[in-house]
Design a binder for this molecule. Structure first.
Ligand code: FRU
Length: 473
């Protein structure tokens, strides 16, 4: 019973193997469980962590609470892949087994160098008096995937920050390592702290990074920073109120990005002036990016959101990661495209009919859409999800699903259409997730959808191909 908070801090050793088998059984027989997305064997997955290309493989870690569909004691779980089709399962990478991470190994990042993968994460420790004391912890992984947990490199929130202080990310410039940590400053504003040093294990606090951004919530989670084409790209997951309108920031928590001149580490200044919502769907949070050996910048996010119960909770699991996406800068925007490797999941092509019977719930659509179009995914009872456009805007409507949830935040999401003329969009459906790439990747909707026995796709103003997709293994 996880409504009892105490139970959220139970550890794997407190439960029987029968219990774990039971919840894994429930999870795997859930028809909403995905086939080509990374998802937990049971329990709750949230943020992707430590995304990296290391020793010939893509490494993906994620936040995991094994015992149930709640935010409990977090571990880092680890999988790797060469091609995003075949995955190796490495099990738990980081256990919350030290005093400094007694209440969870929280999110963080990786940095590959010198034949090692260097890991940085937040040790969530709450004192006996109930006072949270987060620290930023170093760990390392060698080529045989042996992980050695190091020690905290920053023992407490930086001066000027509250205990909402976490999710380190590290980069290097001219032999100096920099670590950014997201947080809340003493005035209750989202803020970023900068550390630097000549050794990754010895970084010292430089100060708070100033920006020209308008207020964005009270706490910045999961900062991610990279440079491309001479620009500094900053992605973050702000908590708290953001300015919203019909088209922007309607989720309980959203993800924003900023394009600007690169971060000035000497002046501790990043001059970004405006932030833009990264994804227009209902369920997208805490993405990270990394560069692979081919120089591609790859983004993976959490295909979920906090603060809502999800229909799969009753089967003891929650959430999955998004498909991997390549991100580029185009037309002064961050553009996302499904990673090319995913084409290898295609099993066969069907020409889309106006009333199409779906033979699988794992498929991709590559469609050319008119200014006005409607796509309706439904079952025999007429329960449905609709994605449409009237030429000016897109609308994703999930008000009529079998299982609605998070209605407090609305059941429709809108985005202004950037390319009003006929153009090609791509949609990925996987049992209970839908990722839609429109406007050549400039407008993306990432969402969970829950239609029992999904069977039909009805379309109007759209033509193209449906590919059933195989599973990742
Ligand atoms: C974001 C987040 C992070 C934190 C982690 C804990 O979803 O709250 O800030 O490190 O999840 O699981």
């Amino acid at each position: 019973d996880f409504s009892n908070r105490q139970n959220r801090f139970l550890s794997l050793t407190d439960v029987s193997s029968q219990y774990l088998q039971m919840i894994e059984g429930k999870t795997k027989q859930d028809p909403y469980y995905p086939t080509y997305h990374v998802a937990p064997h049971h329990g709750l997955l949230n943020d992707p962590n430590g995304l990296s290309f290391f020793n010939g493989k893509h490494h993906i870690f994620y936040q995991w609470f094994p015992l149930g569909p709640v935010h409990g004691l977090k571990h880092w779980y680890h999988v790797s892949t060469e091609d995003f089709i075949h995955f190796e399962d490495h099990g738990i990478a980081l256990y919350p087994d030290c005093e400094f991470d007694s209440h969870g190994c929280f999110s963080g990042a990786a940095f590959a160098e010198g034949g090692m993968l260097h890991l940085f994460y937040t040790g969530n420790h709450v004192t006996e008096e109930g006072i949270p004391n987060p620290s930023q912890v170093y760990a390392s992984m060698d080529k045989h995937l042996n992980i050695t947990k190091g020690r905290p490199i920053a023992h407490a929130p930086a001066p000027g920050f509250t205990h909402n202080f976490r999710d380190p990310v590290v980069f290097k410039r001219e032999n100096i390592y920099y670590m950014l940590v997201g947080g809340e400053n003493k005035d209750g504003e989202g803020a970023l702290a900068l550390y630097q040093g000549e050794s990754m294990q010895q970084l010292s606090f430089q100060g708070k990074v100033t920006t020209d951004l308008p207020d964005a919530g009270y706490m910045w989670e999961c900062p991610n920073y990279f440079e491309q084409d001479g620009r500094g790209v900053f992605i973050f997951s702000p908590q708290g109120e953001l300015e919203t309108d019909k088209y922007n920031f309607n989720n309980v928590f959203s993800v924003a990005y900023v394009l600007s001149d690169p971060l000035d580490v000497r002046k501790l200044h990043y001059e970004g002036k405006q932030y833009i919502e990264l994804d227009k769907g209902f369920d997208f949070y805490a993405p990270q990016t990394y560069e692979d050996e081919r120089g591609r910048r790859i983004l993976i996010g959490w295909l979920g959101n906090s603060k809502s119960d999800y229909p799969t909770d009753e089967n003891m699991w929650a959430h999955m990661l998004t498909i991997p996406r390549q991100v580029t800068l185009q037309r002064n925007r961050l553009v996302q495209q499904p990673l090319e490797e995913l084409k290898k999941l295609r099993l066969g092509a069907e020409t889309l009919e106006q009333e199409h019977n779906l033979s699988s719930r794992a498929f991709e659509l590559e469609l050319s859409v008119d200014p006005d179009f409607t796509l309706t995914f439904s079952n025999r009872k007429g329960e449905s999800v609709t994605f449409s456009s009237n030429g000016e805007e897109y609308c994703l409507d999930r008000s009529d699903m079998t299982h609605t949830f998070a209605e407090t935040y609305g059941t429709k999401r809108y985005a202004l259409r950037k390319y009003k003329e006929n153009h090609r969009i791509r949609l990925f459906m996987d049992s209970s997730s839908l990722e839609i790439f429109c406007d050549y990747g400039e407008t993306v909707f990432t969402s969970r959808i829950f239609i029992e026995d999904l069977e039909y796709l009805k379309s109007d103003g759209a033509s193209g191909t449906l590919y059933n997709l195989g599973s990742i293994t």
